[in-house]
Design a protein. Structure first.
Length: 131
């Protein structure tokens, strides 16, 4: 009869979880980049929100290191009115490239997702240049 139905449902659910990645937002305090952080700063791995606020020409790069869990989202919001932020991913989703650089313009944002194999750029709030 229907006695095997719950097992089939559980098996299909587990397979869906293993074969798909779901968004995961880390609830740590926002990581703030500012002139005091120096020329390069790395993602702290505890927050899905990174805010570049009050930066100046001394901020040249933000390194987005590998995440622990697939689905981890990171939003970089550049709220300064003058300078861009260069985002360097340590592992890129593309197979033909070890890393990718993205330049996030002033007053713009970019959203990244860790796939378990690399970072992929999901969306931008404006002009983001990839190199």
């Amino acid at each position: 009869g229907l006695s095997g139905l719950p097992l089939i449902f559980i098996t299909k659910t587990i397979m869906a979880l293993e074969n798909n990645i779901f968004p995961l937002f880390l609830k740590g305090d926002p990581q703030v980049l500012n002139a005091a952080t120096g020329t390069t700063e790395s993602w702290n791995g505890t927050s899905s929100l990174v805010v570049a606020d009050g930066i100046d020409a001394s901020i040249t790069a933000f390194t987005l290191g590998d995440a622990e869990l697939p689905g981890t989202m990171v939003v970089l919001r550049n709220v300064t009115s003058t300078y861009t932020v260069k985002v360097v991913t340590t592992t890129d989703f593309r197979v033909d490239d070890d890393n990718e650089d993205y330049t996030v313009a002033d007053n713009e944002d970019a959203t990244f997702m860790w796939t378990g194999a690399g970072w992929v750029l999901l969306s931008t709030g404006g002009t983001v240049v990839s190199s």
